[in-house]
Design a protein around this ligand. Sequence first.
Ligand code: GLU
Length: 297
Amino acid sequence: MYRGRFAPTPSGDLHLGSLVTALASFLDARAADGQWLLRIEDVDIHRCRPEFESNIKHELERHGLHWDGPVARQSDRQELYWQALDQLNLSGCVYVCHCSKATLARKGCLKNSEGEFVYPGFCRSLPATNEPLEASKSLSSVRFRVSEQETCFADRRQGPQCSFVSREAGDFVVRRADGCFAYHLAVVVDDHLQGVTHVVRGSDILPLTARHLLLQQALGYEMPAYLHVPVVLSPDGSKLSKRDSSTALKVTSANENLQRALSHLGIVLPDELTGSSVEEIVANAVLYWKAVSNHGF
Ligand code: GLU
C-alpha cells in the first residue's frame, strides 16, 4: 500500500513553494490510490510557531488537499527519537562532540554549499563515556559516524544520485547542542515508523538525502522511494524566503494558486477548468499525474 506524506516545518505561512511540494506529494499519493499523511516538523522548537501550523492546515484544506488520519507532530515524538539515538549509540554509530561552530571556524574548517561546516572528526576518537546519551544533554552535540563510502540511490524523477557524505558533511549532527534532535534523525525515524513508502519533497533536500540513507542503513530501516520536485525560486533566482511577497498565496483565489503550483510542476489544465472549484482542479490533476507517472516516475 502506497503511503506518502507532506512534512512542513511550521516556521512560516504556506507559500507557493510549499504548496507545490504539498500538491506534488498529494497527487502522487492519490494517483496511486494511496494514503497521504500530514506531519508537522516542529522538531526545532526555536523556529516553529503554532500559528504557522494553523495557517498551513487551513491553507491545505482551502486548496482541496485533505490529509488522511491524525496529524503527527515531531514535538510529540521525542521519545521515539531517543530510542533511535540509543540504538545508534549501542551499535557505536554515534559519538558525543564538544566542538562549537566557533571552534570549527577557529580551526579553519571549510563550509559546504549548504553553509555547514564539513566536520573533520575532531571528537571522533575521544574515549566514549558509559553515561547514557541523555546525561550529556547540554552543550554537546551527538554526531553520526560517516564512512568513506559513496552513497547512491535513484531518484524517481532525477535518476541516479551518488555522493560522498564524508566529503560533503563529514560526521553530521543527529542531536544538537541546544537539545533539539536534528531534522535528519527525526525525518528518518518518522518516515519509518509511519510506514511511509514514498517521499515526495522539494529538490532543495536532494543533497541531504544521502544522510537519510546512511541513517536508514544503520537503523535497519527500509528505504522509501524518493522523488524530488523542482523548488520555486524567487524572481531573482535565489532560494525562496518565507517572507517573499511574490510567492505568497492569494487570499481570495485558491484555484489561481493551484494553477500556478500546477504549472510549476509542468501541468497545464484545459482552459475549460479555469474558474472551476478546487476539488475539480485537484481531481483533474490527479488524472493527469496518473497518466504521466505511468510513463516515467
Ligand atoms: N520539513 C521540511 C521542510 O519543510 C521537509 C522535510 C521532508 O519533506 O523530508 O522543508
